[in-house]
Design a protein around this ligand. Structure first.
Ligand SMILES: O=C(CO)COP(=O)(O)O
Length: 254
């Protein structure tokens, strides 16, 4: 049985002051609840310490939205895994579609980042997902296969415990449009089959595959109750303590 992971990706929202308030609200909302799911928030880099402070002593965890592949040096504007470890981060998202699209990150770089995260004892959430035209032309599985395999070629099976995949169809991100539960289950099952091909059935069964793309309290139950949907990577709805907490309640009830 896989432990569900309910993760918030705040993207470029909430500087330290706002982040602290929002994180305090989440801690208050989960106080006294015996959550069995893992709960994670990934704020902008600059707000990670504020959120970590707010979460200390609670069961909520903090992560990052991106990372560089080097330890330190002349890489203006970048942040390394050792810096993230220093702030108490436990997870790092890599390969989000916004980074692929706006920052021209390709599969090779994303694989390098994933490898670096795992080497430095952090957990990685690798994002994959097709664009609308790929879905419409029926090419969605080919796109996702290429994205997943690019990373698996560089990561060993013994990292399975620290490895998470997030399936985020690009056409469902921030659009209010969600994959149907059937579309999500079909793709998650396909991704698990790719993991099984690379690492064997036993390891593949352990790996959490999150769904992301307009997940909110109103649709979380039907998505999270799919066999191969092991949590959510939530954008907009993670920017309100109440709606994020409502999604956690739904996860806990499944
Ligand atoms: O991109 C996402 C999470 O990484 C999803 O964002 P939304 O939940 O706002 O659609």
């Amino acid at each position: 049985m896989r432990t569900l992971l309910i993760a918030g990706n705040w993207k470029m929202n909430a500087g330290p002051t706002e982040a602290k308030e929002l994180a305090d609200g989440m801690v208050a909302a989960r106080q006294g609840k015996d959550d069995s799911s893992d709960i994670l928030i990934c704020p902008p880099f600059i707000s990670i310490p504020a959120v970590a402070e707010s979460f200390s002593g609670s069961h909520l965890k903090v992560g990052a939205q991106n990372v560089h592949t080097e330890d330190n040096g002349a890489f203006t504007g970048e942040t390394s895994t050792s810096m993230l470890n220093d702030t108490g981060c436990e997870y790092v998202i890599v390969g989000h579609s916004e980074r692929r699209e706006y920052f021209h990150e390709d599969d090779a770089l994303i694989a390098q980042k994933a490898k670096k995260v795992l080497t430095d004892d952090l957990k990685v959430i690798v994002c994959v997902g097709e664009k609308l035209e790929d879905r419409k032309s029926g090419n969605h599985e080919n796109i996702v296969r290429t994205q997943v395999k690019a990373v698996l070629d560089h990561v060993d099976a013994n990292n399975a415990d620290n490895f998470v995949i997030a399936y985020e169809p690009v056409w469902a991100i921030g659009t209010g449009e969600t994959a149907t539960p059937e579309q999500a289950q079909e793709m998650h099952q396909f991704i698990r089959s790719l993991l099984a091909d690379a690492w064997g059935e036993d390891e593949a069964e352990k790996i959490r595959i999150l769904y992301g793309g307009s997940m909110k309290p109103a649709n979380a139950e039907e998505l999270l109750s799919q066999t191969d949907v092991d949590g959510g990577l939530i954008g907009g709805a993670s920017l309100k303590a109440e709606s994020f907490s409502d999604i956690i309640d739904i996860a806990e009830s499944i």
